[in-house]
Design a protein around this ligand. Structure first.
Ligand code: SME
Length: 156
């Protein structure tokens, strides 16, 4: 299945999902099932009103992770949420920010989710393959994050 095919399926899921929660659940399943190199796929959402701000694990597919709550000053996840920028790490072993989730993980992409121009969470994907996330993957994951952000805007 090509990344374009997956993008079409994302649109289909978006049309069929009754709300953002359902969409996020279906989306992690789709990406995890259809793309061989996407070995862990999950959302972290900013906890409303938390001080200091905290990312909390939401819908995910893949192995259980010890990182169910991540402060913004920790991990690749914290870096993406606090900067509001996509972070791609080709070799997690060489990035001192990395919080290990599985010893099999070699590379990671984290894309922030925006609603009304503010970061509200992120989509995190880990791969067992080094440098798994090229420009096309980045486009696809950023597309997914935009679709979810729009649905979440509707429910805020
Ligand atoms: N690796 C992430 C932590 C989350 S797990 O990958 C599921 C990080 O460095 O923030």
């Amino acid at each position: 299945m090509t990344l374009e095919d997956v993008q079409r399926e994302v649109d289909q899921l978006n049309r069929n999902a009754r709300n953002a929660t359902e969409l996020m659940r279906d989306l992690v399943k789709l990406l995890h099932e259809k793309l061989l190199k996407y070995n862990w796929v999950g959302f972290y959402m900013l906890e409303p009103g938390a001080k200091p701000p905290m990312l909390v694990l939401g819908a995910y597919q893949g192995a259980m992770t010890p990182h169910t709550r991540i402060p913004l000053n920790q991990g690749i996840c914290g870096a993406a949420a606090s900067s509001g920028k996509t972070v791609v790490v080709d070799d997690v072993a060489s990035d001192s920010r990395y919080l290990a989730c599985s010893i099999e993980t070699k590379s990671e992409i984290v894309v922030p989710l925006f609603a009304h121009s503010a970061v509200i969470g992120e989509l995190d994907i880990d791969s067992h393959f080094p440098a798994a996330f090229g420009p096309e993957d980045r486009d696809l994951v950023e597309y997914c994050a935009r679709v979810v952000g729009k649905r979440l805007e509707g429910s805020l």
